[in-house]
Each structure stands twice: as C-alpha cells, then as structure tokens.
Write a protein that binds this ligand. Structure first.
Ligand code: ZN
Length: 196
C-alpha cells in the first residue's frame, strides 16, 4: 500500500453501470434503488427495528449529517437527499442517489462498534470522469468501481483502529470490505460480500 493515496483502488464491481447523476439539485427518491448483493434479511437482522441514525462528516468539505435516516419501517427521503449530497463527488460537485443500504451498512458497523463519533467519509460517490482520471494515473484504481454506482464509501472512525473496523465489517458478511490500514481507512460497499 502507498501513502497519501486517498483513492480506493479496490472494488472491481461487476455490478456497476447504474448512473443517475443529478447535479446540484437532488429531487430524487432513492429508496427504491436496489442494492445488488447485500442480503436484505442480513441487513434487517443487523439493524433491528429501531430508528437508524448516522453521524457522518465529509473530510473534503467539513459538512456533516447527524440524524435519523430510517424510522418506522421506511427511509426518510429528506435525510437521504442530504446524505446523497454529503456523499457527492466534491471535485465535480456531482451527486447520485446513493444506495441506501450502504447507509444501513455504516449504521450497523457503528452500532456493533458502539461508536458515537462521526464517520469521516473520504470518498463516496465518484463521477466516472473522476474515476477515469485517477485510473489513468494509477493502475491500482479500478476502472469499474462501486463508488461510481453510489454503492461504496471509504471511511474511518477517528481514534478507532481501521483493522478492527474492517474485521468486524467482514464478519458481518453483508458487503465488500477493503482495509487500507496505512492510509487509515476502510472501504465498505453493499456489493457482494468479499474482503481484501
Ligand atoms: Zn473504496
């Protein structure tokens, strides 16, 4: 692994292709988007029936979200809209409807870690142009990334060991988990369960 590589080279997703880009104004309904691989039963079991909250901070912009995004059996559309914008590609100022089950995955990981601190999001949605540019300069950047499908995030929890978080997330078996320990972050996605 290399230093200062805040790009996830991982996530060779066979499931990419969905691109529903909305610039600036996000008037979308993301709740119906299908997560292609994470098991709904596993996620439901992991999350239980209680309201689901997230505490997220975006590294590049300093913006944050701290609130409930799912309650009484449904996703809160306004909360999802805010999260979609938070997880945008900051270099392009471009957002996409994120797969909400990525948020469930983050929520589950935070719960299992009993974490009250915010996730720091290093990378969320990645515009194809951004990904292509990075792939040109590094062979380690996948040209087909689940980041481009709004299904992946590179995150860290301040004060927490990235290896511990990656191990726990992998044990949950509800998505992809990549450990970038030297860079201090973990890639999480709601694609097929796998680990690297
Ligand atoms: Zn990643």
């Amino acid at each position: 692994m290399r230093r200062a590589r805040l790009v996830c080279p991982c996530c060779d997703g066979a499931t990419s292709g969905r691109r529903e880009v909305i610039r600036a104004a996000l008037g979308l309904a993301a709740g119906g988007l299908a997560c292609l691989a994470a098991s709904p039963a596993a996620l439901a079991q992991a999350n239980g029936g209680a309201a689901r909250r997230l505490f997220i901070q975006r590294v590049q912009t300093g913006e944050s979200f701290n609130g409930t995004y799912w309650n009484e059996g449904r996703y809160d559309r306004e909360a999802l809209r805010q999260l979609d914008w938070l997880f945008r590609d900051p270099s392009m100022e471009e957002a996409t409807p994120m797969d909400p089950r990525l948020f469930d995955l983050l929520h589950s990981v935070a719960q299992r870690l009993d974490a009250s601190e915010s996730f720091q999001v290093i990378s969320g949605y990645r515009a194809p142009e951004t990904n292509a540019a990075r792939a040109q300069t590094s062979r380690r950047v996948s040209r087909v990334s689940l980041h481009m499908s709004g299904m992946a995030a590179d995150v860290r929890l301040p004060g927490r060991d990235s290896m511990g978080m990656a191990r726990l997330a992998a044990e949950m078996q509800i998505g992809g988990v990549g450990l970038y320990r030297r860079d201090g972050f973990v890639h999480l996605d709601c694609g097929p369960a796998r680990r690297w």
